[in-house]
Design a protein around this ligand. Structure first.
Ligand code: FES
Length: 230
């Protein structure tokens, strides 16, 4: 026996009939009931992979295909994430690195022939004043004859200079950080007017509140006429 179930909606729309088998208590199970439904089912075929479109195929038949897709997606995500992380780290490192301007000032090269004997020049090095003094033989003799046991910061001039005629020190007073003046003071070296500290021609603290000698920066002489500080 065949039963045709219709609704007013389906009669109007005339959609395809669907043949299904159902259990109905007063109908034999072998009977076929033809029914029309009111439900419009969207077609997702365009979005489904070809290997899973057929309802007659087992899931295990397409497992390799689906796994390959999953691995591809995971691998692509990891690669993209790694690239983004690398770009972020590089950007941060570049941001934190010293600028070219700062690097250029990390070392300075000075032509010694431009500093006459008996003169002290003031340069800028890493944001601080740098004193380069071309000492006379008389100045050298005086600072090397000092009894270092009488100094508040005992240091031999020989240990503060690489060449006797050249004194290289940072021009920052060791008291409170003022910039001393060259060629002044009781010892012919440097004088800090802020609180009256006196330094000799070796940059050693001799009088006033400065507790330590002027600092000697790292330097070298790449050639007879060149001084490299830094
Ligand atoms: S800062 Fe130079 S004496 Fe005080």
């Amino acid at each position: 026996m065949v039963i045709l179930l219709e609704t007013s909606y389906n009669r109007k729309k005339k959609i395809d009939n669907t043949i299904v088998k159902i259990d109905v208590c007063d109908i034999d199970k072998s009977q076929i009931i033809r029914t029309l439904t009111d439900t419009d089912v969207p077609d997702f075929s365009d979005y489904r992979r070809g290997s899973v479109k057929s309802p007659n195929k087992k899931g295990s038949d397409s497992v390799d295909d689906r796994r390959a897709f999953t691995y591809f997606m995971v691998g692509t995500s990891i690669a993209t994430g790694s690239y983004a992380a690398k770009a972020l780290v590089l950007q941060y490192v570049k941001y934190m690195a010293a600028s070219k301007e700062v690097l250029a000032l990390a070392k300075i090269e000075i032509k010694l022939s431009e500093i006459p004997e008996g003169k002290s020049v003031t340069l800028k090095w890493r944001g601080k004043p740098l004193f380069v003094r071309h000492r006379t033989q008389e100045e050298i003799d005086v600072v090397r004859s000092v009894d270092i046991t009488t100094l508040r910061d005992p240091q031999r001039d020989e240990d503060r200079t690489q060449k006797p005629e050249w004194l290289i020190v940072i021009g920052v007073c060791t008291h409170l950080g003022c910039v001393p003046m060259a060629g002044l003071g009781d010892f012919g070296g440097y004088y800090c007017p802020c609180h009256g500290s006196h330094f000799d021609a070796s940059g050693r603290a001799r009088k006033g509140p400065a507790p330590a000698n002027l600092e000697v920066p790292p330097y070298s002489f790449p050639s007879d006429n060149t001084l490299l500080v830094g």
